[in-house]
Ligand binder design. Sequence first.
Ligand code: GUN
Length: 283
Amino acid sequence: MSAEIIYGSELAKTIRQEMKEEVKTLRQNGIVPKLVVVLIGDDPASKSYVAGKQKAADFIGIESELIALPSQTTQAELLALIDQLNHNEEVNGILVQLPLPDQINEQSVIEAIHPDKDVDGFHPINIGKMLTQQKTFLPCTPYGILTMLKSKNIELKGKHAVIIGRSHIVGKPVGQLLLNEDATVTYCHSKTKDIETFISMADILIVAVGRAHFVKGDHIKPGAVVIDVGVNRIADGSLTGDVLFDEVKEKAAYLTPVPKGVGPMTITMLMKNTIQAAREAAK
Ligand code: GUN
C-alpha cells in the first residue's frame, strides 16, 4: 500500500482563491481586513515565515503591515505598541511573531493583545473558548491540520488520535480540536515511556516534536493517517519532517509531506482568522 499524500500547498491555494473572492465582496461593502505583524530581531526562520504571511495577505487582498523592531526592544516598548494597535480601529488582527528575545515575557505579550484581535488564538480567553467549543479564533496550525483532515473526509469520531509533542502552539490545541471532533486522544511527549507502543496504536498520528525522522515506518499501524508538523533543517541544507517519509508512506493510508504540507495551511488559516476578525469588528 502507498499512502495518499495530502498536499497542504494545493488545498491552501484553493482556500486562498476563495478568500480572495470573499475579500473582494467585503471591500465592496467598505470592510478592509487588516493584519499587523510584529517581528522583533532578525531570526532568519522568523523572517521567512513573516514574508510568507505578507505574500498570502497580498494575494488575498488583506491589508498587511509589518512592524520590524530591533532585538533589544524592551517589553514596555512592545506592550505600548500593542496597546496602540488594540485601540486602532483599522487593525483587525495583531500577530507578534514568536519566539521573542529573552528580555520579553512571552505570556505578558500574548495576554496584552485584545482577544478580538488575537488571530493566533493564543490568548487564554480564546484558548478557554476553544476548550468549551465556543466560537473563537482557532490556533492556526491545529486549525490547518483539521481542515486538511476534513478536506479528505477522514472520519475522526471514535478514532484513536495520538499526538506526539505538547507545545502550546501545536500539540495541546490540536489534541483539543480532535477531542471536540469525538476522537479519543492520547498525548505523548519527551517523558512518555515506550512511545513506540502508543505510535503503533494511532489511527491518526500527529507528529510535532521537531526531530528529523523521529517516526519510522515500522511503528505505524497499517492504514493510519499521519500528519507531519516538523520542519527540520538537516546536514545537506534541505528541510525535512519529523516522519521518515519514504518508510511511512508504505504503511499509512494518508500522509502529509514536508515541505508543501502543514506549513502553507498554517498561513492560510491565519488569513481566515483575520477575515473573521474583520467581519466581527464590522458587526
Ligand atoms: N512562531 C512559530 N509559529 C508561530 C505562530 O503560529 N504564531 C506566532 N505568533 N509565532 C509563531
